[in-house]
Design a protein around this ligand. Structure first.
Ligand code: ATP
Length: 281
């Protein structure tokens, strides 16, 4: 990536805490904190001062153990959770000059429907299980203001074809599909508005290894074809190694290391990253 390249997404000092905090824990290094949990008031500091950029056509991986704050971060980026502080700026929204977290819920809906797509680990969160697959795609297109039924149908067919859902099953509801197929429908839905940014939250966790591989291959080929930017969260460094150009490592809500993925895998600096890399060998 060139030095002067403008990021698609810029995150500045994102903070998310669950709980009000107290005089004991508001100082980030307080002894009342065990990892990111305050023993006095029970507040969890899920994301602490998280900052990063995502560049055009780049896949940014976010890896970390369970509870490190990865999903909370993704929920904040898609406005599923309200942040406690910090900023997010999208190049495709108001020239990257407005903090998305301070926009109205109506504007945040607009951003979700037009500039971002998200694929959830749990397909129940991303799909209407009783709608047809093509209906799921139409739902996202309608939310973004599309009205032409013929165009929505052809876009839906094109996308389902891209993610290898057989044409004769496009009117079937995802509840009848296997886990891998459901994830592929979610991907098609998330791509329907041609968003410049896609958020993928543990999209292959829970799938069989061979199905995992086929979903990862699909993501890789779509990313190359569409040159879309992706933020990909996984606890599995194997997934990150396969897809991510750059990687952020999170621990207890903080970014402890970031860099080009190959460099992190070959020469991890932080003790935790070293353990993670060694467990992959
Ligand atoms: N709604 C909530 N209320 C209170 N604490 C929460 C809530 N959601 C998450 N947390 C806490 O925030 C911290 C970060 O959780 P998060 O789910 O973001 O981690 P994660 O890295 O995605 O883990 P996993 O891979 O297991 O999903 C954890 O300590 C978790 O218990």
């Amino acid at each position: 990536m060139a030095e002067f390249e403008v990021p698609v997404l810029s995150i500045k000092n994102l903070q998310k805490q669950y709980g009000p905090g107290c005089t004991h824990c508001q100082n980030g290094e307080s002894p009342s904190l065990v990892k990111n949990y305050c023993q006095v008031c029970g507040t969890v500091y899920a994301c602490r001062d998280v900052s990063f950029d995502v560049f055009p056509g780049e896949v940014l991986g976010i890896v970390g153990e369970s509870g490190s704050g990865k999903s909370t971060l993704m929920q904040c980026l898609y406005f599923d959770q309200e942040v406690t502080g910090g900023g997010a700026y999208l190049a495709d929204y108001e020239n990257g000059e407005k903090n998305l977290f301070q926009e109205s819920s109506q504007q945040q809906r607009y951003i979700r429907n037009n500039i971002m797509g998200k694929v959830y680990q749990n397909p129940l969160l991303g799909l209407k299980m009783n709608f047809s697959s093509i209906g799921n795609i139409a739902e996202k297109l309608i939310a973004a203001g599309h009205q032409h039924v013929g165009l929505m149908e052809s876009r839906g067919t094109e996308l389902l074809d891209k993610v290898n859902i057989p044409v004769h099953r496009r009117k079937e509801a995802p509840k009848n599909f296997s886990g891998g197929m459901q994830q592929r429908v979610q991907i098609a839905k998330a791509l329907s508005n041609r968003p410049p940014l896609l958020l993928l939250d543990e999209v292959t966790t829970g799938l069989d290894l061979s199905v995992q591989a086929s979903v990862l291959d699909l993501i890789k080929s779509l990313q190359r074809e569409l040159n879309i930017s992706i933020v990909l969260v996984s606890h599995d460094l194997g997934v990150i190694r396969m897809l991510a150009d750059r990687t952020i490592v999170m621990l207890e809500g903080k970014v402890i290391e970031q860099g080009v993925t190959d460099q992190i895998l070959e020469d991890p600096q932080h003790r935790y990253t070293q353990q993670l890399v060694h467990s992959l060998l």
